[in-house]
Design a protein around this ligand. Structure first.
Ligand SMILES: *Cc1c(COP(=O)(O)O)cnc(C)c1O
Length: 413
């Protein structure tokens, strides 16, 4: 049996971690290069006018990018994928493809700041109505979707409060009125959640995060089940041109090969961190879908195969204490973004979600003392100690200011 026949016999049966390494990435034909080459070229020689070998210009298509689009689509269990220069470029392609003046889009109350901004600052002004609804309220969700709704846009788990929404239920509400369901699967990744099996029509990713996984590239992707849904997005990828470079695609192809390994470790670390924070006297609330008292725990168990790697918590303290805490950790680096091998933390109110006005943040319950953690692939003990040490420092500085004494240095550090 030829290698090709054997591969097609296994198609559909291969496991996730194997797909991430093999899908769309056979050894290169002419040289046998095991790893996908970086086709760093803008154009392709033609045998005669219009006689190309499937590639004619790298904005339109590129062999390295094609490999990435193939594996991303296969990981989400569908046929069609388009890679973009950022997650927001991917979002823009979906919004531009489907929204016209007079149309409505329904989104949740807890949503990535950039998604909120592109809707309200770019699509709002051209006459698109943006409706924010609490997706946890099934009746309100049903009511919000009308015949004018073109897209229902769901993030689950959400950024930054890790709210878990019942995707199947929201898909029904969208489809009942002829709207398409878009799922931002950035936080869960296809390893922990398969939105197309829950009724999604379009899946969007910030590839920058877990899929790339190493905090070294900005990229996005759109995946579709149906050719007819995909076609206008694929058209815009070429027509508006926000494509990733071959080198960036290669970085993601490399990152994806360890997606399963990394997600297992991220989740293990998230569980360790959530358990350490929970019940601590200086911690008000811990948001992690893996905790049994998390409001979305049961839904998460039903629609995900793991709880993901992100944890958020509210410090029971002042803004100054929050700022001090996030600024002085050893292994959790203060930075925007998430999903890389190196742990990060951020203060959403002043960083990732600062594009949402303060009153709008307050309306949806996004607290100024919320801290978002992205545990990396470090050893969980070091990550837990880093956070506990920070909480201890908060307690110590309170004790000192209460006693009114000046800090006296003992010994030399
Ligand atoms: C970061 C992020 C985006 C935007 O992606 P970029 O790659 O930064 O453009 C979209 N959705 C979610 C959930 C994100 O975390």
């Amino acid at each position: 049996m030829s290698k090709r026949d054997r591969a097609s016999k296994h198609k559909g049966k291969i496991e996730f971690g194997t797909k991430a390494i093999h899908a769309g990435q056979p050894s290169e034909g002419t040289t046998g290069s095991l790893m996908p080459p970086i086709f760093q070229t803008s154009t392709y020689e033609q045998d005669g006018p219009g006689q190309d070998k499937g590639f004619n210009y790298s904005r339109t298509n590129n062999p390295t990018r094609q490999r990435l689009e193939t594996v991303l689509a296969e990981l989400e269990g569908v046929k069609f994928g388009a890679a973009f220069a950022s997650g927001l470029a991917a979002e823009n392609a979906i919004l531009q493809a489907y929204l016209r003046p007079g149309d409505e889009v329904v989104i949740g109350t807890d949503v990535y700041g950039g998604t909120y901004r592109i809707l309200n600052k770019v699509f709002g002004p051209i006459g698109v109505t943006i409706k924010q609804v609490d997706f946890a309220d099934a009746a309100a969700t049903k009511k919000a979707v009308t015949t004018k709704t073109r897209l229902v846009w769901v993030e689950s788990p959400t950024n930054p409060r890790l709210i878990v929404h019942d995707i199947l239920e929201i898909a029904d509400a969208a489809h009942a009125k002829g709207a398409l369901l878009v799922v931002d699967n950035t936080f869960a990744t296809p390893y922990f959640q398969q939105p197309f099996q829950l009724g999604a029509d379009i899946v969007v990713h910030s590839v920058t995060k877990y899929l790339g996984g190493h905090s070294d590239t900005i990229q996005g992707a759109v995946l579709c089940k149906e050719a007819s849904v995909f076609e206008p997005i694929k058209f815009l990828q070429n027509a508006t041109g926000a494509v990733p470079s071959p080198m960036d695609c290669w970085l993601t192809l490399r990152g994806l090969k360890t997606l399963e390994l990394r997600m297992e470790r991220h989740e293990k670390n998230a569980i360790a961190v959530a358990n350490a924070l929970k019940g601590h006297p200086l911690v008000k609330t811990v948001y992690f879908p893996g905790l049994v008292d998390h409001p979305g725990h049961e839904i998460a168990k039903k629609q995900m195969t793991g709880f993901g790697g992100m944890v958020s918590f509210e410090l029971d303290g002042t803004i100054e204490e929050v700022v001090e805490f996030v600024s002085s950790r050893t292994y959790f680096t203060l930075a925007e973004s998430l999903g890389g091998v190196k742990a990060l933390l951020c203060h959403p109110a002043t960083m990732t979600h600062a594009s949402i006005p303060a009153d709008a943040r307050a309306d949806v319950g996004l607290s100024d003392t919320l801290i978002r953690l992205s545990p990396g692939c470090e050893n969980p003990k070091d990550l837990v100690n880093d956070l506990l040490e920070g909480l201890e420092e908060v307690a110590e500085s309170r004790a000192k200011s209460r006693s009114g004494k000046k800090v006296v240095a003992v010994g030399v550090r």
